[in-house]
Design a protein around this ligand. Structure first.
Ligand code: ZN
Length: 187
């Protein structure tokens, strides 16, 4: 019973988040917006981040170099593996020890994973900020600013709350706020 109450709560909260997003950004969510409301389905729905391909600039190259120098992808993958192992253990425990049906176990896993995903996004965001700080040091303020402006044009401007739930990348508004102390683009 608790499981189904929590799932209903999830749908309600996601609906509120979606309506808030549509009102603040004045952008249509399309079919993905509906799919994001459905438990389990929303685990695999992709979130488009850009309207058009962002141009490569020296800042972007240095940002990627920052990821490499700081060993970000290996840390990210290690964390994914750790989460996956916990998930498999949890699933196995629910089915074998507690004798829950596989379907119910999957739904519980889906719910329990929500805060973990939030934490993972937060972790990724910090990596992005670190890579930005690295690039900023390498190319200087003016180039960083120009790059942020170019990226902002290509980006779909999600709000901070929405992005923190659904995106592994912080928005340009947040990134520019961090390195330039000035918000570029976004909400
Ligand atoms: Zn990055």
């Amino acid at each position: 019973m608790l499981l189904y109450i929590l799932l209903c709560l999830e749908v309600v909260l996601r609906t509120f988040l979606e309506i808030r997003e549509r009102r603040l950004t004045q952008l249509r969510g399309g079919v993905f917006a509906v799919l994001r409301l459905i438990p389990l389905v929303n685990d695999i729905v992709p979130l488009p981040e850009n309207r058009s391909d962002p141009p490569t600039s020296l800042f972007v190259e240095k940002h990627e170099e920052g990821h490499r120098v700081l060993r970000h992808s290996i840390l990210r993958n290690l964390m994914k593996v750790a989460f996956l192992m916990v998930a498999v253990w949890f699933l196995a425990a629910m089915v074998t020890r507690w004798n829950w049906s596989f379907f119910e176990a999957i739904l519980w896993l889906h719910l329990v994973a929500i805060p973990f995903r939030y934490f993972f996004n937060w972790y990724c965001w910090n990596q992005e900020f670190e890579a930005d700080a690295y690039a900023f040091k390498e190319v200087g303020k003016q180039k960083a600013k120009t790059a942020m402006q170019e990226l902002a044009v290509c980006e779909i401007p999600y709000t901070k709350l929405f992005a923190s739930i659904y995106r592994e990348h912080p928005t340009i508004a947040l990134r520019s706020q961090r390195i330039l102390k000035k918000v570029i683009g976004g909400q």
